[in-house]
Design a protein around this ligand. Structure first.
Ligand code: OAD
Length: 240
């Protein structure tokens, strides 16, 4: 099975990878869905929506502050590093991520399209100023901008549009991909979940790596069962 993906990668000019929470799972960062997923213990509408923030900004920030602390204690894993290798290996490689944890940056990936924002960015709800902030825990919850208004996490919440530039770059990449890798994502959250489908329509070979079958598995040319931290390095080793 892996051999087919290796062959497609060998011949590919343009490679695109879309990552989801599963890629960071081996770093100890919880995923959203599944048996141990965050949405088992927390309700998205109470924590990850504009309405939730308007109702109780402190509660929302406590949750994000907790996630920031957890991520700060974790390190990139072999899957993140394999994607850094891919960026070096393929002249036309694009990394699209739904993850907000910054572990791709910490591993060393440079060209990253962040579809759902960045948990290390604070965005002012008043003046719109953005600030990179890696302090954990934050001094004051909810944090405030110099202008006096509340900061919010620089992430995309349910019901919000994705950043326009990132989304346009992601669809452009999907349209020209020869090989499109779908890594550690349940493929249920749109518009990100539309990207591999666009790639399929445009003739790309779509390869999924996931621990479990997903909504995409039956559509993908190849759906590999396993951990991205194990299968991605193996794929690269064989494609060398
Ligand atoms: P999910 O939690 O929905 O899915 C994680 C996927 O990773 C599941 O399909 C798991 O089977 C798989 N998985 C877990 N560990 C793995 C491993 N080591 N190797 C390979 N696969 C593994 O996460 P996402 O698909 O990223 O959005 O979720 C999409 C969006 O929903 C998130 O960006 C977030 C969430 O609500 C927002 O907050 C806007």
């Amino acid at each position: 099975m892996l051999a087919r993906a290796v062959e497609w990668l060998f011949r590919a000019g343009t490679v695109v990878a879309l990552t989801g929470a599963g890629v960071s799972a081996e770093s100890g960062v919880p995923t959203f869905r599944g048996a141990e997923g965050l949405w088992r213990s927390f309700r998205p509408e109470e924590l990850a929506t504009p309405g939730a923030f308007a109702r109780d900004p402190k509660l929302v920030w406590e949750w994000y502050d907790w996630r920031r602390s957890l991520i700060a204690r974790s390190s990139p894993n072999a899957g993140h590093y394999a994607l850094v290798d891919m960026e070096r290996r393929f002249s036309d490689f694009t990394l699209l991520t739904q993850n907000v944890d910054g572990l791709h940056d910490r591993a060393g990936s440079r060209r990253i399209v962040r579809l759902h924002g960045d948990i290390w960015t604070l965005r002012c709800t008043g003046c719109g100023r953005e600030e990179h902030n890696e302090q954990v825990p934050l001094d004051e919850l909810p944090p405030r901008c110099l202008c006096g208004a509340l900061f919010r996490p620089g992430v995309v919440w349910f019901g919000e549009p994705l950043p326009h530039k990132a989304l346009a770059a992601a669809f452009a990449a999907a349209e020209r991909a020869d090989v499109f890798l779908v890594l550690g994502t349940s493929s249920v959250v749109y518009p990100a979940a539309a990207l591999p489908r666009v790639a399929l329509e445009r003739g790309a070979r779509v390869v999924e790596i996931n621990l479990e079958p997903t909504e995409l598995s039956s559509l993908a040319h190849l759906s590999l069962r396993g951990k991205t931290g194990e299968l991605l390095p193996e794929l690269l080793r064989q494609a060398a």
